[in-house]
Design a protein around this ligand. Structure first.
Ligand code: SF4
Length: 331
C-alpha cells in the first residue's frame, strides 16, 4: 500500500486542481488587466495526454478528486475529451469544473455527455451594467443562457461562485442568493484575495463572510451552520432555517482554513503548486515530456507536498503575494 500524500502538518491531500489554460474570454478587474495580458504559447501548455499521465501517477498517492480550472477552461478546445480520459482513470471518483459560463450554452451537452457532473459557475452579479463593469465584457445574457442550458442537459446542484468585493457587490448578495434559491443552486461567496495582476487588493475591499451571513439572514432567512459538512472543503456550509437551501462561505481572509487544506495545484504549463499563494513551484513538464516513470513523477509530487507551508500569510506583515496572478494559477 503506497503511503498517502501527507505534508509536514499531517494534512492528507486527495484533491488536485488542474488549470487547462491561462487564457480567458472576460477581464475581471480583480484578476487581470483589461489590456496587454501575455498568455502562454500553445507549445508551453500541457497536452491532454500529459495531464492524464500526471493524474495516473498521482492517483496511487491518494488523489481522487479533480477540479478543472483556467483562466477559462471552456476556451480549451475539445475539453470533453480530457474529461472522458480523466473519468476513465481508476481511483478518480469526482471531477468538477469551474467556468465563467460565457461558452457554456455551446458546450454543456458535450461536457455532461463526457461524464462531468459538478459545475461551479463564476458569476458575481445579475445586473448587466455591473457585470460589464466587473468583467469589461457585456456577456451576462450568454452566461444566463449557459446556466439554463446546463440545467436543461442534466446538471444539478450547480454552485455560483461570487467574488465578494466590498463596495461593489453588496447590492448583488441577495439577488444572487434568491436566484439560487429559486433554482436549487448554491451560492458560494468568496472573500476577495490578494491574487490580482494589478495589486488592487487591500483589506478594506474584503466583504467578510460574517457580513454576508448577516445580510442574508436579515434580508432572506436566518442561516445556521451545517453540522456534518466536510471540514476539508474550502467553503463553510450554511443552510436557511426555512429550508430554502444552502449557502457556502469561503472566508480565506477573515477565517483561514489552511489547517484543513487537502489541495494541490497543477498549472496549465506544468508547474506544481502546494498552495494557491505558494511562492515556489515545481516544474513537472520536463518529466511528463520525457520517458520518466510514474514513480519518478510521484516522487516529485511527494517532495512538493513535503515542503508545503502551514498556510497563506495574508494576515501577517510578512505576506508576499505569489509571483503569478490568479488567472495563471487556476481557482
Ligand atoms: S491558502 Fe494555500 S494552504 Fe491555505 S487553504 Fe488555500 S491552498 Fe490550502
Amino acid at each position: 500500500m503506497i503511503a498517502p500524500l501527507i505534508d509536514g502538518f499531517g494534512r492528507v491531500h486527495d484533491n488536485l486542481r488542474i488549470s487547462v489554460t491561462d487564457r480567458c474570454n472576460i477581464r475581471c478587474f480583480y484578476c487581470m488587466p483589461e489590456e496587454g495580458v501575455q498568455f502562454m504559447d500553445r507549445a508551453e501548455i500541457l497536452t491532454f495526454e500529459e495531464i492524464e499521465r500526471f493524474v495516473r501517477a498521482a492517483v496511487p498517492l491518494g488523489i481522487s478528486k479533480l477540479r478543472l480550472t483556467g483562466g477559462e477552461p471552456l476556451l480549451r478546445r475539445d475539453l470533453p475529451r480530457l474529461i472522458e480520459k480523466l473519468a476513465a482513470i481508476p481511483g478518480i471518483r469526482d471531477i468538477a469544473l469551474t467556468t465563467n459560463a460565457v461558452l457554456l450554452e455551446k458546450h454543456a451537452a458535450a461536457l455532461y455527455g463526457a461524464g462531468l457532473r459538478r459545475l461551479n459557475i463564476h458569476l458575481d452579479t445579475l445586473d448587466r451594467a455591473r457585470f460589464e463593469r466587473i468583467t469589461r465584457r457585456d456577456d451576462l445574457p450568454r452566461v444566463l443562457a449557459g446556466i439554463d442550458k446546463a440545467v436543461e442537459v442534466g446538471f444539478r446542484n450547480i454552485k455560483l461562485n461570487v467574488v465578494a468585493v466590498k463596495g461593489l457587490v453588496e447590492p448583488d448578495i441577495v439577488p444572487v442568493a434568491k436566484y439560487c434559491r429559486e433554482r436549487g443552486f448554491e451560492p458560494r461567496y468568496i472573500e476577495f484575495m490578494p491574487l490580482d495582476a494589478q495589486s488592487l487588493w487591500d483589506r478594506t475591499s474584503v466583504l467578510t463572510a460574517d457580513e454576508i451571513i448577516s445580510q442574508l439572514s436579515r434580508e432572506i432567512a436566518p442561516l445556521r451552520a451545517v453540522p456534518d459538512a466536510d471540514p476539508r472543503a474550502p467553503a463553510t456550509e450554511y443552510e436557511y432555517t426555512d429550508g430554502g437551501g444552502r449557502v457556502g462561505l469561503i472566508a480565506s481572509v477573515s477565517k483561514p482554513f489552511c489547517l484543513n487544506c487537502n489541495r494541490i495545484r497543477l498549472t496549465s504549463e506544468g508547474k506544481l503548486r502546494y498552495c494557491l499563494f505558494a511562492i515556489d513551484e515545481t516544474d513537472v513538464r520536463p518529466l511528463l515530456r520525457s520517458q520518466a516513470s510514474d514513480e519518478a513523477i510521484a516522487a516529485v509530487i511527494r517532495s512538493n507536498i513535503a515542503a508545503k507551508w502551514i498556510g497563506h500569510e495574508i494576515n501577517s506583515p510578512q505576506f508576499v503575494p505569489p509571483p503569478r496572478p490568479m488567472y495563471s494559477i487556476g481557482g
